[in-house]
Design a protein around this ligand. Structure first.
Ligand code: NCD
Length: 319
């Protein structure tokens, strides 16, 4: 057993062997999810609370399905309807929930670091479903599983991550994961959308799509995160599409067997041409969604095993 984490807060603390173990377990859940009876009792008796302080469609649905398929009692906290609206702090909300004895807490929050802070205040396993611009570990893991299945390996690949890198937690988690697994990562986008200090991650930076996509095995497109922009980062969406939007001409620079990815939600005609997104020979966007459920099942399964072990140890110490 190499997965030693108590929480899944980011890719940063993970060892490559932990990543591989999680992906291997996720493979078994891909099979389960494709069968008619999609149930395993590994989380039976456990309570999972999903707390989303930011809008989400696929991530929340995916965590909910993952928990239900593994037999957990799943509750979705509608944060918009809760006391948070009345000014209760994140920590107060967490302590209130903690008193209900959850075992798994899935949290999405607009502030970077909020989920880490929360994990210090509760006594259950916390999974980061995206915090500000910081990390979105399950997205990087589902991307990794998709790549590994499509390319037959998860090392020595050239991966181009394109578009709004500066505001993207998906880019950050992917960069960390792909780096740990010894791939060559290229960041492609306008200088205004590149984070400061990007060089320290050891990746190549391009502001030209043709050069950045040359010979790539994987082309990962990102959404323009308009909600995180507090000024004009691009001249116009039309101009952005012209220079950085993925169309067949730009994609022709990548390897002929290159796959196209996007975490969703997509802005068709802004960062990606709808025809490419729907091209079943190139786009693996639907597979990413499918892998998302399996990866979240694997993550919760491993964390629940460690939680049970820690609680047993604590009980033995007290006895
Ligand atoms: C991403 C997110 O929320 O960080 N979406 C997702 O989880 N599927 C990317 C995005 O919002 O653009």
């Amino acid at each position: 057993m190499s997965f030693t984490q108590r929480h899944l807060l980011g890719i940063e603390p993970l060892h490559p062997l932990e990543i591989t173990q999680l992906l291997d377990l996720a493979e078994t859940y891909v099979e389960l999810n494709r069968s008619t009876a999609k149930h395993a009792a590994v989380l039976a008796g456990l309570t999972q609370i999903n707390m989303f302080f930011e809008a989400s469609t696929r991530t929340q649905a995916s965590f909910e399905l993952a928990g239900k398929r593994l037999g957990a009692d799943v509750m979705n906290m509608q944060v918009g309807h809760s006391s948070v609206k009345k000014g209760e702090t994140l920590i107060d909300t967490a302590l209130t929930l903690n008193a209900m004895h959850p075992d798994l807490l899935v949290v999405r929050h607009p502030s970077s670091g909020a989920v880490n802070l929360l994990s210090e205040k509760v006594n259950c396993a916390v999974l980061n479903a995206g915090d500000g611009r910081h990390e979105h570990p399950t997205q990087a893991l589902l991307d990794a599983l998709t790549i590994r299945r499509k390319k037959g390996r998860l090392h020595r690949l050239v991966v181009a991550i394109c578009g709004d890198i500066a505001h993207s937690r998906v880019a950050r988690s992917n960069l960390l994961l792909l780096g740990k697994m010894e791939n060559r990562v290229r960041l492609v986008g306008p200088p205004t959308l590149m984070p400061a200090g990007v060089a320290e991650f050891g990746c190549e930076v391009f502001d030209d799509m043709a050069a950045g996509l040359e010979g790539a095995d994987v082309v990962m497109m990102l959404r323009l995160q308009k909600e995180r922009m507090d000024g004009a980062f691009i001249p116009s969406e039309r101009e952005f599409f012209h220079r950085y939007g993925l169309d067949s001409e730009k994609l022709s620079r990548a390897r002929p067997d290159a796959i196209v990815m996007h975490p969703g939600p997509m802005n068709r005609g802004v960062e990606i041409d709808g025809l490419i997104a729907d091209d079943i020979n190139r786009s693996v966007i639907q597979e990413q969604v499918e892998m998302g459920v399996a990866v979240r099942m694997a993550a919760m399964d491993l964390l629940a095993q460690n939680l049970r072990r820690d609680r047993l140890k604590a009980a033995l110490r007290e006895a």
